[in-house]
Write a protein that binds this ligand. Structure first.
Ligand SMILES: Cc1cc2nc3c(=O)[nH]c(=O)nc-3n(C[C@H](O)[C@H](O)[C@H](O)COP(=O)(O)OP(=O)(O)OC[C@H]3O[C@@H](n4cnc5c(N)ncnc54)[C@H](O)[C@@H]3O)c2cc1C
Length: 520
């Protein structure tokens, strides 16, 4: 039993929960965040890695003359600008180009994308422009040449989602938040008036039951928000619709340029992105109604869909065996309210309060996590009848970015490792490298070292091999085979650092292998 009374207890350590933890702690609230698995193990490590206002949403806003939809795009663009300033080691400007195969599409796309610039206002990242056919072929040598007219370029942001979660949590921790992974909320505690006053928790690593008390309890459980809600109201109405999306990773040779391709409308009306990400080519995504799953599997027909579409836009055939890694994420979409007239209301996220006082925040997108957190903490102040402290996150630099020098070179490592560590850890690069006396590489030709594993165990909440492989160094999202090759080395380091016995070591290896081979 832990008796401390928190001002706010947050359930869920993805983008939404981590953003709330930082906002709340930086306003001076006693904050506890509980995550049942690893931080960002849910949807928040499985995005398309775009910080965006949403070009397609803008098209919809204009076609439907919908002001709410328009405001959402504007808000997304404002948050895009903040993210790029507050975490520059993890978020950067990205040029995206739409290939054009019909002459009449050129002015249509150009005007549309110029409008996207216009909506960005002073927060814009650059002006859209037309790219000639010759330049398109230079930048994208494998693009379909037949009928190619040219392209239209525009700008958005690219980011590292799982590492941003960690940076948010480290910053929240520095502001006083208590953030714990592998702690599942299994039930609630109530007072005599049936008001919620605490959470029952199972610590999965230490096999321990605990109780924490808090004034406001927040359900930020992403796709599990309905499940958490049912712990409070057994017959609660479903809040979410779930939709899955996959990504595949290919060799950089398919996208040698640092610019990405945006296919605005595939044959069935979806958007397809072909993006540079961490030295590889990321392709996605799909959008299919799905059911709840902790580690959703990538379906063969979704992979075939993506490969089939690559064949429409690329002058070559890509074999499934060339896929280096693949993963699936589930979107927590706000379910339409059947009783209300919602035709004109567009909401990406919502805050709801139960009779017991449980507050749920549902929906949203990564790009707007900060705004969602600000609104949620404002709401908490209202329910607690407290004088509101002003939100402090608009200009708050996240851990890794305060003294960032992207030109920094350490003599302890080779150039590629230096570049990799700077882009992942920013100004913490020296702290990573000083975790060990002798730096040892886990595999020749790859930037992963013993120093990084030990640093992430000590400073970044790593408790299991997959925490490091998927969500700290991201190698499992990039190349399954490399992950399998370095797994033993990581397990040996973890065995020593976390004092595992033989049985625990064997179990952790089996668990990691199962996930690597099936669904990360
Ligand atoms: C395919 C795909 C592509 C996307 N691309 C983009 C993009 O490019 N840009 C963008 O802005 N957005 C994108 N999104 C949206 C974005 O990823 C999500 O909106 C965001 O990650 C949701 O974060 P979350 O914190 O709400 O959910 P999650 O990340 O799922 O976090 C919820 C957490 O709650 C935990 N939890 C659940 N139950 C409990 C419990 N009982 N106790 C403790 N913890 C619990 C879960 O384990 C989970 O980690 C994409 C989404 C998908 C699926």
């Amino acid at each position: 039993m832990k008796n401390k009374n928190y001002d706010i207890i947050i359930i869920g350590g993805g983008a939404t929960g981590s953003g709330i933890a930082l906002d709340a702690a930086s306003r001076g609230l006693e904050t506890l965040l509980l995550e049942k698995n690893d931080f960002a193990e849910g949807t928040s490590s499985r995005s398309t890695k775009l910080v965006h206002g949403g070009v397609r949403y803008l098209e919809k806003a204009i076609k439907q003359l919908n002001k709410d939809q328009f405001n959402l795009v504007k808000e997304g663009l404002k948050e895009r600008s903040r993210l790029l300033k507050n975490a520059p080691h993890l978020c950067s400007k990205l040029t995206l180009i739409t290939p054009i195969y019909k002459w009449w599409e050129l002015p249509y796309m150009f005007v549309g994308l110029s409008l996207y610039d216009f909506v960005s206002g002073t927060k814009g990242l650059g002006r859209s422009g037309i790219v000639s056919r010759t330049k398109m072929l230079d930048k994208f040598p494998v693009i379909k040449k037949d009928g190619l007219v040219g392209g239209v370029k525009y700008y958005d942001g690219s980011f590292n989602d799982s590492r941003l979660t960690i940076s948010l949590l480290q910053t929240a921790k520095k502001q006083g938040a208590d953030c714990r992974n592998y702690c599942e909320v299994t039930g609630f505690k109530y007072d005599d008036n049936e008001k919620i006053i605490g959470v029952e928790v199972f610590d999965k690593v230490n096999n321990e039951k605990m109780t924490f008390e808090g004034t406001s309890i927040i359900n930020a459980a992403g796709i599990f928000a309905d499940k958490v809600n049912e712990l409070d109201e057994q017959k609660a109405k479903k809040m979410l619709d779930l939709s899955s999306g996959i990504h595949i990773i290919l060799d950089k040779k398919y996208l040698p340029s640092n610019e990405g391709l945006m296919i605005p409308k595939t044959e069935d009306g979806r958007v397809l992105f072909i993006l540079p990400w961490m030295g590889k080519c990321l392709v996605g995504t799909t959008d299919d109604p799905t059911s709840l799953s902790e580690h959703p599997e990538v379906k063969e027909n979704d992979v075939e869909y993506i490969l089939r579409h690559l064949e429409i836009y690329f002058d070559l055939k890509i074999d499934k065996s060339e896929i280096l890694a693949q993963w699936c994420g589930i979107r927590p979409l706000v379910a339409p309210d059947e009783n209300a007239d919602t035709s004109s209301i567009v909401r990406e996220h919502e805050i709801r309060e139960n009779k017991s006082g449980l507050i749920s925040i549902i929906g949203g997108k990564w790009t707007t996590y900060r705004k969602m957190a600000e609104q949620l903490v404002d709401f908490v102040y209202k329910t607690q009848n407290k004088n509101k402290e002003k939100c402090k996150t608009k200009k708050m630099k996240l851990i890794g970015s305060k003294k960032l020098n992207l030109e920094y070179i350490s003599e302890k490592i080779d150039f590629d490792t230096n570049e990799y560590l700077l882009s992942q850890y920013g100004d913490r690069i020296d702290a990573v490298l000083s975790s060990v006396e002798n730096i040892e590489y886990l595999k020749e030709g790859e930037p992963y070292t013993n120093a990084e594993v030990i640093y992430t165990i000590k400073e970044e909440f790593v408790k299991k091999p997959m925490d490091y492989l998927v969500r700290r160094c991201n190698v499992a999202l990039l190349d399954k085979n490399v992950s399998l090759e370095i797994l033993d080395g990581i397990i040996q380091i973890m065995k020593t650092e976390l004092i595992w016995d033989e049985e625990k070591t064997k179990k952790e290896k089996e668990e990691a292998l199962e996930l690597l081979n099936n669904s990360i």
